[in-house]
Ligand binder design. Structure first.
Ligand code: GDP
Length: 194
């Protein structure tokens, strides 16, 4: 089967228990305008098109990557459609997520504060083994930078998260972001007692 295995609390719905083909739910969180849709479009379609929005109503976009050990990881990337802004809906959105990518804009200290809010929220209410990534996007706008790279590094270190700065515009570090997440996923153990 090519359906793979869903990592995380929804494992029972994951189809074949194939340890080499992981299927993971990934959610993006962060202030409106930080570039979440652009990051997804850059990763999935290889494009930067600020006028095209991820279709509202589609449940998710997916993209599969192969790692060096021949494991494949199929990311099911949930389209927020802004839902995460409504506190009451947020838990529905990130429930069962194996990965949360929390995005801020390096030109916006407010968005960095909001990112820290999401980190706390996910630490409290996310799956216990969730992989958290902190992303400083719009790294191409270095002349307008207001969040020092060191602030991102230190906050992520303190919270045991992966950190990277990206540019959806130039594609800088976009593939690396998803590759590094894939490497950090808990691998399903192949059990001999099943
Ligand atoms: P979302 O609300 O978080 O999904 O943000 P969008 O993906 O819709 O992006 C918001 C705006 O930021 C758009 O006008 C994009 O063109 C712009 N944007 C997104 N990513 C980048 C980036 O890496 N660099 C620059 N310069 N602009 C970006």
């Amino acid at each position: 089967s090519s359906s793979g295995r869903l990592v995380g609390p929804n494992s029972e719905n994951g189809g074949a228990s194939d340890a080499k083909n992981l299927r993971v739910k990934l959610v993006l969180l962060g202030d409106s305008g930080v570039g979440k849709s652009c990051i997804v479009l850059r990763f999935v379609r290889g494009q930067f098109d600020p006028t095209s929005k991820v279709t509202v109503g589609a449940s998710f976009l997916s993209q599969t990557i192969a790692l060096q050990d021949s494991t494949t990881v199929k990311f099911e990337i949930w389209d927020t459609a802004g839902q995460e802004r409504y506190a009451a809906l947020a838990p529905l959105y990130y429930r069962g997520a194996a990965v949360a990518v929390i995005v801020y804009d390096i030109t916006s200290p407010d968005s960095f504060n909001k990112a820290q809010y999401w980190v706390k929220e996910l630490q409290k209410h996310g799956s216990p083994d969730i992989v958290l990534a902190l992303v400083g996007n719009k790294a191409d706008l270095h002349e307008k930078r207001e969040v020092p790279v060191q602030d991102g590094i230190e906050y992520a270190e303190k919270n045991g998260m992966f950190f990277i700065e990206t540019s959806a515009k130039t594609a800088d570090n976009i593939n690396q972001l998803f590759e590094e997440i894939a490497k950090r996923l808990p691998r399903p153990a192949v059990s001999s007692t099943q």
